[in-house]
Design a protein around this ligand. Structure first.
Ligand SMILES: Nc1ncnc2c1ncn2[C@@H]1O[C@H](COP(=O)(O)OP(=O)(O)OP(=O)(O)O)[C@@H](O)[C@H]1O
Length: 121
């Protein structure tokens, strides 16, 4: 089990669809969790990597830097961070990484505790 938690100065809700700046976040992680500052260094498949950059993501957010590698390694991860810091995108990224696109079987199930997360981009 790996945990990464970010807390921030309360500055109200972020505008929908905009990523929150990481500079005010304070991180706590399980021992041994390193921040990986580039998508290139995360072991992401080449075609997915190209899609990430084509979508306009240049650099992983702070929570992504700490959680994506462990998720890709199939570790159980608890990642908690402020709204708009890139958690949902991280889950989508992992699903794209692990699915076999030649198969039509269901390969991923995402459970959400609230409707807004299901409808976000
Ligand atoms: N690495 C990144 N680079 C640029 N934009 C990003 C990155 N990661 C996420 N975003 C964008 O930031 C916005 C917020 O991301 P996301 O919805 O994943 O955050 P969240 O933490 O899940 O928010 P919430 O808790 O409100 O659901 C989205 O518009 C997403 O496309």
């Amino acid at each position: 089990m790996v945990a990464a938690v970010a807390t921030a100065d309360p500055r109200g809700r972020h505008p929908p669809g905009r990523r929150v700046e990481d500079k005010n976040l304070v991180f706590e992680t399980s021992p041994g969790v390193e921040a990986v500052a580039s998508f290139d260094q995360m072991g992401i498949r080449d075609e997915l990597l190209r899609g990430i950059y084509a979508y306009g993501f240049e650099k992983p957010s702070a929570i992504q830097q700490r959680a994506v590698v462990r998720i890709i390694q199939c570790r159980d991860v608890i990642a908690q961070a402020q709204s708009g810091t890139g958690k949902s995108s991280m889950i989508a990224l992992y699903v794209c990484q692990m699915v076999d696109t030649t198969s039509r079987e269901v390969q991923a199930l995402i459970l959400s505790s609230h409707k807004r997360a299901c409808c976000s981009d």
